[in-house]
Design a protein around this ligand. Structure first.
Ligand code: SAT
Ligand code: MN
Length: 591
């Protein structure tokens, strides 16, 4: 079988063609289909997916262009225990990553992929991570035997012919191979080869495991490339804050998966904030590089949102509600008899019955949830009514603030600001968060998740901290660094902060700090707002006492926190920059 039949193969790049040929020889598909990203192609593949039962067509009047997908019930989230960083030397991957020598992993993958596409079609999916023509943009080609992956990649990345335009004759592209196999957790591997700019993913058909542009290229391989090339690949949303007088300030924020990055990126200010507006650049990933003016510039490498569905409603995220009305693929939510989707926390009445994410009959009396806790929408960012006009700008947007945050019931105040960059790096490096449904295992336990990158750093975490410290020297006007926690609770388990749109109050203080418009008090942890300056106007029943409570610093809790932080520092001790140990000592002395 010839791989590149004239008229079907849509690139002349000899390296791409040779590589596809080699993978086809291994996987032995019946057909090879070279995707061009066109609308006609999307329509044809969608129709085929519907015929094969991979997608269910939803009510097209209510939800134009929307489809429904159920994953295998054993395959509903990222699996960190199956995720490997394959560097020649184990120390390069570091103690926080699973490791296997590249030779050994390639051999294992060859064994699993051999003949795995017999009777199937191999789709060649060229895509860009980043806007066409941006110096930060990277090219990827993903080979997959899943139509669901092709259609999702078309939403999540700039997929199609433009990728070959950016690539030209170059050999510099990410080589991604995805084989579904029999979707068996025992044969599930997501293997990264940073030195080869390559990823092989087998045995899954779910989100972050298989949309190889996202976590695999944009974060794990991206972080590795960024360290070598002088830029940063971060698990961060990017948003723009516009003030009533038109001043625009961009911030980037790192929260672990399923801690509200998408909601924060699409925040709608409460009525009291007349004239303020939030613009979305990205909701999950930021690639950042110093610009010619000495500031740090960020692009969102993605073109869509892969957001958590449950809890999405007009209070938590009215912009997402609008964004997912069309051209959206819903995975693992409930399906109503009239071709609509439903999930726990959706606006409107609860349906009398529907099919749950497993396809079983569901009624309001059912014990199980209709939508899986990690059910997702994949929606194009072009649908977002608050999409920032610069979301496609090749030069990106200048970042004034970096915000770290996690899900913490105690210890962490609502907001504080680091004393300086290196102190901010320490705050990011010691981040902790309660685990969520985005990854398999450990729900609710606090784990250290430095910069929200623990599952996504493609090299030694200690070296990653060093890279953050080094970057300071390359940025003349570094962003200010802040820490937030929307999730602090009182003794009775009630949230101490209303969250959602009200987070605008915190964001305003951050932006005011960056622009020299507000004062701060020094504490053990960092700079915090004066209670009298912090805008609580129009917040019903929210007293200054409650604000003091959510901002309180409990030295006993902080002593325990320091011991918990040590666990991670001990683990990566051999590569831990000494600057961070000094920061720890300074904090101890302040406490
Ligand atoms: O499943 S994904 O990895 O794409 C989403 C997430 O965990 O952030
Ligand atoms: Mn994420």
């Amino acid at each position: 079988m010839s791989t590149c039949i004239p008229g079907t193969c849509n690139t002349k790049n000899p390296t791409v063609i040779r590589w596809v040929e080699a993978q086809a020889k291994l996987c032995q598909p019946d057909h090879i289909y070279w995707c061009d990203g066109s609308v006609a192609e999307k329509d044809a593949l969608t129709a085929e997916a519907v015929t094969k039962g991979i997608l269910v067509k939803l009510d097209q009047k209510k939800l134009p262009g929307c489809y429904y997908h159920r994953s295998n019930p054993n395959d509903v989230a990222r699996v960190e225990q199956c995720t490997y960083i394959c560097t020649p030397i184990q120390e390069e991957a570091g103690p926080t990553n699973n490791w296997m020598a590249p030779k050994e992993m390639y051999a294992k993958m060859r064994g699993l992929c051999e003949g795995s596409m017999k009777g199937r079609t191999m789709y060649v999916v060229p895509y860009l991570m980043g806007p066409l023509g941006s110096p930060l943009t990277k090219v990827g080609v993903e080979l997959t035997d899943s139509i669901y992956v092709v259609l999702s990649m078309r939403v999540m990345a700039r997929m199609g012919q433009q990728a070959y335009t950016q690539l030209g004759d170059s050999e510099d592209f990410n080589r991604g191979l995805h084989c579904m196999l029999d979707v068996n957790p025992d044969r599930r591997f997501i293997a990264h080869f940073p030195q080869d700019n390559a990823v092989i993913s087998v045995g899954s058909n779910y989100g972050g495991n298989v949309l190889l542009g996202k976590k695999c290229l944009a974060l794990r391989i991206g972080s590795y490339l960024g360290r070598n090339e002088g830029w940063m690949a971060e698990h961060m949303l990017i948003l723009g804050v516009e003030s009533p007088d038109g001043e625009k300030t961009y911030v980037a924020a790192a929260f672990p998966s399923a801690c509200g990055k998408t909601n924060f990126a699409m925040l709608v200010p409460p009525a009291h904030f007349k004239g303020w507006k939030i613009w979305t650049v990205g909701d999950d990933i930021a690639w950042m590089k110093p610009g010619p003016d000495g500031r740090l510039y960020a692009i969102n490498p993605e073109a869509g949102y892969f957001g958590v569905v449950p809890g999405t409603n007009s209070k938590s995220n009215p912009i997402a509600v609008k964004t997912i009305q069309r051209d959206t693929i819903y995975t693992n939510v409930g399906l109503t008899p009239d071709g609509d989707v439903w999930w726990e926390g959706k606006d409107g009445p609860v349906p009398k019955e529907c099919l749950d994410w497993r396809g079983n009959k569901w009624t309001p009396d059912s014990k199980e949830k209709a939508a899986h806790a990690n059910s997702r929408f994949a929606a194009p960012m072009a649908n977002n009514p608050s999409l920032d006009p610069k979301a496609d700008a090749p030069e990106g947007v200048p970042i004034s603030a970096i915000i770290f945050g996690g899900r913490r019931a105690d210890t962490m105040p609502l907001i504080y600001q680091s004393f300086n960059w290196i102190h901010g790096v320490y705050i990011g490096a010691t981040m902790g968060s309660e685990m969520t449904a985005a990854a398999v295992g450990g729900l609710g336990q606090v784990r250290r998740d430095p910069m929200a990158m623990l599952p996504f750093c493609g090299y030694n975490m200690g070296d990653y901290f060093r890279h953050w410290i080094t970057m300071r020297k390359l940025i003349k006007y570094p962003p200010r660094i802040f820490n937030v926690n929307w999730f602090r609770k009182d003794k009775d388990g009630n949230f101490l902060w209303p969250g959602y749109g009200e987070n605008m109050r915190v964001l305003k203080w951050i932006v005011d700090r960056c622009n020299g418009h507000s004062n701060a008090v020094e504490t053990q942890l960092g700079w915090v707002p004066y209670a009298k300056d912090f805008d609580l106007k129009g917040l019903a029943n929210y007293t200054p006492e409650k604000f003091n409570q959510v901002q309180s610093i409990n030295n006993d809790e902080w002593r325990r926190e320091l011991l918990l932080q040590d666990e991670l520092f001990m683990k990566i001790y051999t590569h831990l920059p000494k600057e961070l140990i000094f920061q720890r000592e300074l904090l101890v002395s302040r406490l």
